[in-house]
Design a protein around this ligand. Structure first.
Ligand SMILES: Nc1ncnc2c1ncn2[C@@H]1O[C@H](COP(=O)(O)OP(=O)(O)OP(=O)(O)O)[C@@H](O)[C@H]1O
Ligand SMILES: [Mg+2]
Length: 457
């Protein structure tokens, strides 16, 4: 049985056409609501699984007021609106919707957004259930395309399950996670399980290209469109036509290109420099290790683009949150790199394993991989007794010589938090706790501690 949807929309024609789209796709619908008040009584009586909310409605109250109520009631909803100015989008964001689609929309996009929203809501409810974690659904069954991804911790398996789910749906995915957590690897895997798997997978790194070249790199240019454009150049989007484009470090995309990129996502067409717009069919996967919400708040990332990309956020857990996978990964890299060098696979001593598990891995899997590789080179014999972890500068309190002895703001913040934590014996909340001394919320402090990789020794 497909879900029951409530349409809240003041325009008669639009609500009717939405109803047709939903019914054709097998959803059932409740009566149509044109105001917040009728929406609330329909929701009460007809109990829909998800609500589609327009912003401007008849009578008192807007869709955003309704969004706040639905959020408080833990109900699934998405916005569908022609009004997408920044203030509205900001206000809508604070109600925690599962999506915001700007009109005019394609039926296919609405259906994908609904499908994803219903799935994410189910996940959210399962996480909130009192026995969450205990009586989780059975073991995760993954297709063979996932077999090269090492790890079996619950956290990692949940991420893979989400990747499997979203892989086969033709939607954008925003892959979030610290550096070295496997963002690119999961992007490739998503492509491999999708219907686009026999078409290209094209990678673009938005941070390594100079801003002046990104436009031509992404969208291409015609011959003679600017000095130096000696021949026509095919852009990355065109190369990926029919397949998937992976935009790595999307948080680094300059603002002026964000507008052009948004247009690609909305209109599904590109405009090469000096050329005519042309239709393309690509799936966009994007990744960042930045906090995009912070970037949006600071005005460095467009909120409309954020909504477009954030249809399905996939968070790659940091290695320290899946410590039980460390020995598995370490042994995997040990085998891989010693075989590459044609030598016998060495054994990790218990002492070495303990050391690996206690370290907090700010560079995540990539750092673990490099560490293992280095230790193989250094090894004489067949047992790694004492593993050598090159502690990255991030983890030390020493200033970097390259910066004339100055610490970065992040290093400073880290040291400051660490000093306060030591002074109050790592008490975080409550009277005399670090949060009180620092005058910040305990949850905020906890997330800073996590983010900065601060650990009690
Ligand atoms: N689950 C895994 N199993 C085995 N190897 C992995 C796994 N995840 C990541 N790796 C390896 O770790 C390294 C880092 O992965 P990847 O490049 O995908 O990370 P990333 O998040 O894109 O990193 P960055 O933010 O630095 O670009 C790669 O060499 C990759 O092969
Ligand atoms: Mg990467």
């Amino acid at each position: 049985m497909k879900a029951k949807i409530c349409i809240v929309e003041d325009q008669f024609i639009e609500s009717k056409s939405l109803k047709v789209i939903l019914t054709n796709a097998g959803y059932s619908t409740t009566s149509i609501a044109r105001s917040v008040a009728t929406a609330l009584s329909i929701i009460e009586e007809e109990k829909p699984d998800l609500v589609l909310v327009d912003i401007f409605l008849q009578g008192e109250g807007t869709g955003i007021d309704l969004g706040h109520i639905l959020n408080a009631k833990n109900m699934a909803f998405v916005y569908l609106s022609a009004n997408s100015n920044r203030q509205i989008l900001e206000a809508a964001k604070s109600t925690r919707p599962y999506g915001f689609m700007v009109k005019p929309f394609r039926a296919k996009d609405v259906l994908i957004m609904l499908d994803v929203a219903l799935y994410l809501h189910k996940q959210r409810l399962a996480e909130m259930a009192p026995d969450a974690g205990l009586a989780k659904t059975g073991p995760v069954v993954l297709p063979p395309e996932f077999s090269h991804l090492i790890g079996k911790s619950q956290k990692f398996m949940e991420t893979l399950e989400q990747a499997k789910m979203v892989g086969t749906r033709d939607t954008s995915v925003l892959i979030l996670g610290e550096s070295g957590t496997g963002k690119e690897m999961i992007a490739q895997t998503i492509h491999k399980v999708s219907t686009r798997r026999y078409k290209p997978f094209v990678v673009v790194n938005c941070s390594t290209l100079p801003a002046t070249l990104i436009e031509s790199d992404l969208f291409g240019h015609e011959k003679g469109s600017y000095t130096g454009a000696l021949a026509r150049r095919e852009g990355k989007f065109e190369m990926a036509d029919g397949g998937t484009i992976f935009l790595d470090e999307i948080g680094e995309l300059p603002l002026e290109l964000q507008v052009k990129f948004l247009r690609v996502l909305q209109e599904r067409e590109i405009e090469p420099i000096g050329g005519k717009p042309r239709k393309i069919n690509v799936r966009v996967l994007a990744a960042t290790n930045k906090d995009l919400e912070e970037e949006v708040a600071a005005g460095r990332f467009r909120i409309d683009l954020y909504y477009r990309l954030n249809v399905f956020p996939l968070v790659m857990p940091p290695l320290r949150e899946r410590a039980e996978d460390i020995p598995l990964l370490a042994n995997y890299f040990l085998k891989k790199y010693s075989e590459d060098e044609g030598r016998k696979v060495p054994v990790l001593s218990q002492n070495a394993i303990n050391k690996l598990m206690q370290y907090n891995w700010p560079g995540n899997i990539r750092e673990l991989e490099n560490t293992i590789q280095r230790n193989i080179v250094l090894l004489n014999g067949s047992v790694i007794e004492n593993i050598d972890i090159p502690v990255s500068r991030k983890n030390l309190n020493v200033p970097d010589n390259n910066k004339n002895g100055f610490k970065t703001m992040i290093e400073n913040e880290r040291d400051h938090i660490l000093a306060v934590l030591e002074s109050c014996h790592w008490k975080i909340s409550g009277k005399g706790g670090a949060a009180e001394i620092l005058d910040i919320n305990a949850n905020t402090l906890n997330s800073r501690i996590k983010k900065l990789g601060i650990k009690r020794n």
